[in-house]
Design a protein around this ligand. Sequence first.
Ligand SMILES: [Zn+2]
Length: 589
Amino acid sequence: MRHMQRWGLLAIVVAGCEAPAPTFTLGEPPSEPADVATLAAAAVQLHLVHQPPAQRFLAMHAGTWELDFDPALGTLRSLRGSGFELPDATTEAALEAAARGFVAEHADLFGSAELVAELVNDGVVMDRPRALASIMFAQRHRGLPVIGGHLGLTVSHGRLVLVQGAMFPVGDVATTPAIGRAAAAAVVRVVVTAPRRGDHDTARLVILPERSPDRVHYRLAWEVTAWRGERQAVVFVDARDGELVSGHDANRYDYGGRATNHVDERTVGDAVIELPAAHLRLRSARGATITDATGAFAFRGEAGPLIVNANLHGAYVDVLNLAGPNATFVGMMRPEAPYALEWTETRSTPEERDVFRAVNTTNRFVATVFPDLPWMQHAVVANVNRPHTCNAYWNGSSINFFIAGNGCNNTGRIFDVVAHEWGHGFDAHAPGAAIDGALGEFIGDLMSFVQTKSPLLAPGFFTNGKPVRDLEDPAFECFDPKKKEVHAAGHLLGAVVWDIFTDLERTGFTGEPLKRLMLRPIAIAQTRRQWYGAMLAVDDDDGNLANGTPHECLIYNQFKAHSCGGTRWPGIPAKDPPHCAAAVVPRSR
Ligand SMILES: [Zn+2]
């Protein structure tokens, strides 16, 4: 499935310049880079684990530990193992203090004392009935957000068992911009359309790490968010010289469009067949686009009687209908007789009712795992019947669904789609920033399949009944670092976790514990690489990850089975855990 939404190639016109004008394209949202597995990389890991910072940690904390270093930074990106007592981590403040104490004590493992002093608390999740707590720190250098800089610590049964993250030694990069906010916004206007009434640009100064295989370069940049109607782009502009660095469409469009035509095969009376609607102009309120030869396209992407009126607004969702009046109910409530408030076809549309139901159901489903997350207590805005087809998106503040047409059903009528978009909103408000777009897409799918218990994502998305993705699609069975498009890259992790989910159900591990093991890692893992360790930490029953967890081998064996393409899944151990080695690799289908 193609990633939706390109703003198209837009040339920067360089006045008086003989060279061809450079072009700038909005790219993919940021995603975690995959390592290149080489002998040299393995040698670097081996070298770093024998250096004084790691050796000092291992000498201080008995047991078995697995350390993994960031190849470009040379600092720790993952630590998991036997665990050790983290005193007094029973309240949010105490957990933060204890976590800071540990990180400061081993500052050389994570970078330096100056670096760990840059951590700010980005969110704590403490499970009430269970002995699990996690804290996510974000990095701020001289007060500026460092894009991707984070460190998460997980405490199980009072013991620190897992630390994952990346911290960037920004060093002496000057933090005073040479160009101002307005100039940065003006640069961005070369690549996004001029703002119209109601549009606006916001900008903040950030430190932008830029990775190459063996080093990281840092830029002081303006992160400009350009709002154009329902569309939103994030563009980085070098704050020293105004150079356009990179940018992406920040709307999380989810479903690539493919327009189809149902036509008589040759003439009247022939079978009706479905063909791609190629080279078709599609108009929308916000512009037009043309399908390609396969029909694929992308848009920018108290006493007495009482009169009662209601909309489909509630504690968890406010549904807005963009194609007509909002679902409205007006009725008379009488104290002597109960009145049934019934949403039917005469007062609302199916998509309004379906979105209302799907958001409420999903919110309440997830709330048992994250009862204290503030975002869960707010109504999310859900716009139905946007005048485009074959897609849905989260734009940073609302979830949005398109009308039926071009071979697709109304996306508001599909539970899986609503759960996925809601999942983007949840992910954006759970501890940690969205720094791995592929993980975000996986989380959207996870919200769906853990509820539907189906490997098919959004069946009936297309009017021929087909789904958008199938977690049992053989093309996504083996980890493939070349699959970089965020939905495809997220699909790879979905295929693994779907198999883990079904294996767990088969062993009788079901209900709330299964739901928790599936969802709780969201607040611990910030990248796909971190998901494996996060699952083990949630599964742990004794504050020790080195002695196995109840379902470690089942989880490990699926990640291993899905490493069938020649590249092991990032984040899993280099060798079979000793107590899992004899286990048979499961084939769940
Ligand atoms: Zn998505």
